[in-house]
Every structure is written in C-alpha cells, then in structure tokens.
Design a protein around this ligand. Structure first.
Ligand code: 13P
Ligand code: SF4
Length: 328
C-alpha cells in the first residue's frame, strides 16, 4: 500500500476485516471523534459520532474534547475544524475532497474584487477556503445566513461570496441588495426544472424540499427551503408522506432512517448521470477513513497568521448563532 501526500492509493485491506469494529477500536485508542456531513456515504454516516450540516459540524468542532478530529467531509470543512482547533490533529480521509463552490472564489481574484468595494462588509458562506475566510468580516452557513444578514444594519452595503444562488435567495427574503460573487455549487445547479415538474405530476402529494444553493427556478416551486439539517427536521415534523429532495443524495440516508414510513425521491438532474452525488464528498470511503485513522494521515495543516485571520469572522458567526440559539 502506498501513502501519497494527499491520501491512500493501491488500497489493499484484508476484505475479512470488520472495518466498523476496527474504526470503533481506533476511536477509543486515539480518543478520536468522527464528524461527518450528511452528504457522506451511508457507511461513513453509520460510524460517525456526529452527523450534521456545516453549522453543526463547526459547532461540534469548537466544543469537542477529542484529541484527534477525523473529518468526513470536504476540505473547507476540515479546514474550519483546524481553524477552531490549532492544537488538535485534524484528518481528512482524502485531501482531494474539494468543493466546486469553494473553487469558484480564488483568493487573488476575490481580493481584487473586495478592493473595488471598500465600503462593503464581506459576508462569506462557509463553503470557501481559509484564504477567503481571512478576507471576510463574517462567515455564515445555510443554517444561519438569514440571522447573520439580519444582524447587520440595513444601510450597510454587503458583498456576499461565493454562492450567487444562496446570495440571491437571501436578497429576496431580506429585501437587501447584496453584491454577489459569481460562484455556484455544481451539484445544486444540476437539478432539472422540467423533470421535477413531471415528477410532481406523477407524485401530486409529494412536497419539494430544496437547499438554498439551488437555482431560483427550483426554489420558486419548493414547498420548503433550508440547510441539510433544516430539511431533515422538516421531514420529521411535517405531515406529508412523500418528498422530492433537491440537494445531494447523501441526506436521504438519514431522512429514510428517521422516517421509515415516508418516501424520499432524489430530485432528478438535467442529464442521466448521478450528478446529484457530490464527486468531492464521495471521494471519502470507509476504507480511506479506516486507513487515515490508523496512520493519522492525511492531516490538515495551516499557517498560524492565516488561521488567526480566518478565525475572526468564524468567531463572529459562532457568537451570533449562539446568541440566536441556532444549532446545526
Ligand atoms: P449545509 O451543510 O450547510 O446544509 O450545506 C450543504 C453543502 O453544500 C455542504 O457542502
Ligand atoms: Fe461543494 Fe456542492 Fe459538494 Fe457541497 S455539494 S461540497 S457545495 S460541490
């Protein structure tokens, strides 16, 4: 087996090994915690200590007493955990697990854009690199964005990055006119309005629930819009028995577990590929999770000056969320 700088390759794990038991054992031995996003494959969700949306994961990372944080998610999420925990080792099973949305805001271009609007306060969605966080005044997630925007005086101009869809949705519900960076998530832009419309005709009682990273055309016809945790909570409290789910398919695992009697249909993409699976999130596998815990690599490291600059807007977000009683 080779260990590359960014993770594992030529993986040869004894197929008779019970990876669930091995991972549990490693957790105890190393005082490790596994934090997983809802978009991870079901096996990873089943072995995680905490599964949540970006807000919940950041809050857990802030509070944990574990010595080792194993982050089953994408790079910006593991980076967030490191920003909040400089003395702890933070592992990501595959360092190539990036994010198309974070990639849509390169730091140098963003710095130049920000310089053109010196009177604007910069609010950045957590789906961005540590460099972008360091250039921001406040961070938000899909679960607290509305409250974060509300906390800013109405006459203060805002530059919102990197997700133009979430930004446009926030402009609509808040009545603001935030200046939007032109970024988007490849998964949430793939849903087909035409196919969803046809699906709704075949399932007239099904409710459409959507993540705010989706395009406006999808959000306009949605019955409920929210972060992954909010979508999950909605399916538990709502009385419908069928839902069309316009977000990454990984969330269906928890929805189905929490509501065994309900039906969840993934919203169809524009073509016939499985493009509503995030290719970055799905780079992590149970095998890579096991190996990364066993060998304690690949690890997230960060320059301390960058970490401190990125932590400031993260702390503001966590403080506002705490004051508003918001949990992910
Ligand atoms: P939330 O976890 O905040 O719902 O965001 C979804 C997402 O795209 C994470 O990459
Ligand atoms: Fe990034 Fe979209 Fe994947 Fe989330 S679903 S990690 S926003 S590419």
């Amino acid at each position: 087996m080779k260990i590359l700088e960014k993770g594992f390759t030529d993986i040869e794990i004894d197929p008779s090994l019970d990876l669930f038991a091995e991972i549990e054992q490693l957790k105890k031995e190393k005082n490790a915690i596994i934090l997983a996003h809802y978009y991870q494959e079901p096996d990873i969700q089943d072995v995680a200590d905490y599964i949540g949306d970006s807000l919940g994961l950041a809050q857990q990372a802030e509070q944990t007493n574990a010595d080792l944080i194993v982050f089953a998610g994408v790079h910006f999420m593991a980076e967030t955990a490191k920003i909040l925990n400089p003395t702890k080792k933070v592992l990501l099973p595959d360092l190539n697990a990036g994010c198309s949305l974070a990639d849509s805001a390169p730091a140098e271009l963003f710095r130049a854009f920000k310089a053109k609007h010196p009177d604007h306060l910069v609010v950045s969605y957590i789906n961005c690199t540590a460099d972008i966080k360091a250039l921001s005044d406040i961070i938000c997630t899909s679960g607290n964005a509305e409250k974060i925007i509300e906390s800013i005086p109405k006459d203060q101009p805002i530059l919102f990055a990197p997700d133009k869809n979430l930004g446009a949705y926030l402009n609509k519900i808040s009545g603001r006119n935030m200046l939007l960076w032109n970024g988007a998530c490849m998964v949430h832009e793939i849903f087909s309005l035409e196919k969803i419309t046809k699906l709704k005709i075949r399932h007239p009682k099904a409710k459409l629930i959507a993540h705010p990273e989706c395009e406006d055309a999808i959000l306009r016809i949605a019955d409920y819009i929210g972060s992954t945790t909010q979508l999950l909570k909605y399916t538990k409290s709502d009385t419908a028995s069928e839902y069309i789910v316009a977000t990454e398919t990984g969330i269906l695992h928890q929805m189905q577990q929490d509501n065994p009697q309900k039906t969840f249909i993934p919203a169809p993409p524009t073509n016939n590929c499985a493009c509503n699976d995030c290719p970055h999130m799905k780079l992590n596998t149970l095998e890579k999770l096991y190996l990364c815990m066993k060998y304690e690599t690949p690890e997230i490291t960060m320059d301390e000056t960058l970490r401190l600059a990125a932590k400031k807007p993260m702390d503001r977000m966590l403080d506002i969320s705490r004051a508003a009683g918001l949990l992910g």
